[in-house]
Design a binder for this molecule. Sequence first.
Ligand code: 0WD
Length: 254
Amino acid sequence: TGLMNGKRGVVMGVANNRSIAWGIAKACADAGAEVALTYQNDAVKKRVEPLAAELGGIAAGQCDVNDPASIDQAFENLREEWGSIDFLVHAIAFSDRDELTGRYIDTSRDNFQRTMDISVYSLTSVMQRAESLMNDGGSVLTLTYYGAEKVMPHYNVMGVAKAALEASVRYLAVDLGVKKIRVNALSAGPIRTLAASAIGDFRYILKWNEYNAPLKKATTIEEVGDSALYLLSDLSRGVTGEVHHVDAGYHTVG
Ligand code: 0WD
């Protein structure tokens, strides 16, 4: 389809071809968008560059959200290359895997702060740079999980972070609404990715969702990509501040 014809956007958080961000980037490119991928560091770069080429040789730059100068540089590159962008996908999260198991109460202050910084504040700090690149409006999408709403085993501090991320989506939607920039989140069902492998008993959670979700299936990155197309395209021009579930319906029964 040509749903995204003429649109340019940046997708942050592709680590490999199993990443949710990759499912979204591919769906956007297949629908006619020009897509730039950013990567965290050189180790990830090696895997992302061939993927960027697969999308049609599109600009990719480093962006480590731990480092404000790196975010500055990434958006400066986009400004030079394109001048403006129409959409942005934030698919970034991090927490110490030792604390994604066992009890939430044992979360260390250090990991609490790092988790919130990388998984929550990064969306705000990225939008501080992206706002001026979205002069004709734009659509911003982040990724969240049901563990923000209900306690999921082992999700722990990441659940607290996702709750804060979803609240950030609402506050950013208000701040940026006057500029016709929309901010939404997709709440994806469990998918086996690099980040997910850090979560204790992930295989069990995956199976539990599959058996109990109304659609009796696991969520795929292609499904998330297709739902992202709606939120990133003009089809959703009346939608902002929303958390949309792509989870085979699990949130209705969980
Ligand atoms: O079941 C799942 N996999 C779900 C994931 C269900 C619902 C939501 N999500 C969310 C995640 O919490 C995250 O926000 O989707 C988003 C994307 O995660 P993913 O696709 O599951 O995981 P992955 O392919 O590992 O991509 C996340 C990437 C990092 O990968 P690794 O695993 O190497 O940490 O986020 C990036 C990094 O590439 N990332 C950063 N990027 C820039 N700066 C940083 C950073 N400091 N830290 C992590």
